[in-house]
Design a protein around this ligand. Sequence first.
Ligand code: F0G
Length: 476
Amino acid sequence: MANGSHFSKFEPYRVKTVEKIKTTTRQEREKILREAHNNMFYIKADDVMIDLLTDSGTSAMSTEQWSALMRGEESYAGSPSYYRLEKTVKYITGYDEVMPTHQGRAAENILFCNVVKQGDIAISNGFFDTTGAHVQNNGGIVMNIPSFTKETIFTDAKFKGNIDISKLAELLVTNSCRVCFVIMTVTNNIGGGQPVSMANIRDTSAICKRYNVPLYFDACRYAENSYFIQKYEDEYRDKTIVEIAREMFSYGAGCTMSAKKDGLANIGGYLALRDSHLARECRQDLILKEGFPTYGGLSGREMETIAVGLMEALDEEYLEYRIGQVAYLGELLIEAGIRIVHPTGGHAVYVDATSVLPHIPSLGYPGVALCGALFLEGGIRAFEIGSLLQGKQPNGSEKAVGLELVRLCIPRRVYNRSHMRYVADVHKYVKDHAENYTGLRISWESTRLRHFTVKLEKISSENRRNKSDDIKQNGY
Ligand code: F0G
């Protein structure tokens, strides 16, 4: 946080424009939750008081970004706004081929349709849901090999976002001809938002080179990851964030990026590559699916805001405040007796829902129940990463994943310490009244990415008996 004095730290921003938070009563929220079928994605944003659903596209832009927006040049081909974005991305990544896209998943789609063939295997420390889905959509098979397990994620180890190097080596020894790429997600969003160490990135790169398999980065939160490398790995203590980022990218063949995170923008992304031949192929898909290569899916003004945001996200004072705010919420929750993934990562606190609602079994979706309780009691919106998100098996059966997390994702430069204290207070209330909240069952679901549109109903005491029968029958 700000300014190195011996006084207490403060958020290093002054407020210039405010957005009023509409407050609601518990009674109103009860109705809203019921009408939303207990799914946070169906709730209107106006009905949410503290929105921790995602850090994606929810950042507050700076005065510099708003000014840059006016500079946006909207030519179809060759806009100077594109060249400003290209220069910034090249400076940070060292990759010469820069293709703007409307957001991260579009960059994934364009890369994967060129590098994934039917039956290929793609490996990651943690595929984000849309990233994995794009591999599958192109006929590939995804393999997640994080270094953490559901037992070790709650230890205090520092780089729990790492890939499991020995599993990677094993997979490449036996399958390297089928592996189309390895993608390192920094930080590891589905793995507690935990960082990946430079040592792990270096080892991964060495193994990939040995087997001639390209290494890419899912770079959404690369600046936050670089900050952790600077703080935790001795040899990087005196390096700047951009030096660390450049070294990290030097180990890879390219990256997909959602500028909605560490680009501090409300929309946008890019694909950046080293290989000009592959880039030529990708540009054909870019034109077809997003737009001409000098705007991709973006307007000139959006490219300007990203170019500025990317540089602002490298500022150490900003990163100290940002990661300090996440850590602060984490400490308040620990004080309230709630188990979290600790030390906290860059963008969110991951709460063990079973430490708040221990009576709800995995297939009663304790994470979803906790999200519902947080909304009901405090108007807070959060995101489940547990058996609802990950429990559906390819054969259609349901499996308890055994790690029932709720992600409290903090938008960048939006909320203050008092909002964090409020969030912790609501958690404490829910924990102290846990018996008031029941598990849920699915009443309707889609075939893919079900968590976005699923409908759930509460298990009433009558239903609860049936549910425990279901659970017994299913052997859980
Ligand atoms: N990769 C990771 C690690 C992500 O977290 C996301 C988005 C994407 C790719 C896709 O980027 O949304 O711009 O298309 N994550 C958001 C989240 C949605 O809430 O974690 P996108």
